[in-house]
Write a new protein. Structure first.
Length: 264
């Protein structure tokens, strides 16, 4: 299988290295990743400046081929498929990660990791976003998550990914024997509260620092946040089809009753 890997932590991140080294044991791995950290980049694309692309030494992180770009996570997948990879190298699967930090609840809207996978889905490729749910991790901490992803890829070989959708995977920072299993979940609420600390710099100028606290979910909630709180690996199917179809008829009857839509 051809697997395209990207991320938002940058080409030098431990998560992308561990994932590539593990997946390359069974698959042809191609990496296209940013040259620096682009966390919380969301689904941004570069349109006003040129994208620089440099191919790395053959076998970087065990990959078949690897490139580094000046672009965003979304750029990486888009340019990989449309300009960099040969036809024989086009992906059967796109994986974004392994991210250094969780991507849970409504916070996925800001996530470069999730948006990277979404770009793959938008182009019709089965896509997965993977995150290690901790802000403090060394290379060794990514080894089990990488092994889990390798096993997950095998499990999903007969799974037909729904159109316009990805799988968002979050893995607790625990030893394998301490993980309580896998939970198929829905998105929870925001993972952090929206708190800002007001501070004064040495020159007397005011600045603000985001300092939200981690939120918790009610006991028994079938959400990704609850799964992580219960030491489970969370797998959430997520779609970028965000039209509220159930509201279309209500608005139509209110604003265009009996076809009279020219009331303005």
């Amino acid at each position: 299988m051809n697997i395209l890997i990207s991320n938002d932590d940058g080409i030098g991140a431990n998560g992308i290295r561990a994932l590539s080294e593990e997946l390359s044991k069974k698959h042809n791995v191609y990496i296209v990743a940013p040259d620096r950290e682009r966390s919380a980049a969301g689904h941004s694309l570069t349109i006003h400046t040129p994208l620089r692309v440099e191919e790395l030494d053959k076998g970087e992180y065990g990959s078949t081929r690897a490139w580094v770009t000046t672009g965003t996570p979304g750029d990486c997948v888009k340019i990989a498929v449309n300009a960099i990879l040969e036809d024989s190298e086009k992906p059967d699967l796109v994986i974004s990660g392994i991210n250094h930090g969780p991507n849970l609840g409504a916070d996925i809207l800001y996530s470069g990791t999730v948006s990277c996978a979404m770009e793959g889905a938008m182009m019709g490729y089965p896509s997965i976003a993977v995150s290690l749910a901790t802000m403090q991790a060394e290379y060794e901490d990514f080894k089990f998550p990488a092994q889990f992803v390798n096993s997950l890829v095998d499990k999903l070989k007969d799974f037909k990914f729904p159109t316009k959708s990805i799988l968002n995977v979050n893995i607790p920072k625990l030893d394998a024997e301490d993980i309580s299993g896998v939970a198929i979940t829905e998105l929870g609420r925001k993972i952090f509260t929206d708190d800002y600390e007001k501070r004064i710099d040495p020159r007397g100028k005011v600045y603000y620092w985001m300092a939200g606290e981690l939120m918790s979910e009610p006991a028994g909630a079938q959400t990704d946040l609850a799964a992580i709180q219960n030491n489970k690996i969370s797998i959430t199917p997520v779609t970028y089809e965000i039209t509220r179809k159930d509201t279309i008829e209500v608005l139509d009857s209110l604003l265009c009753a009996k076809g009279a839509c020219n009331w303005y």
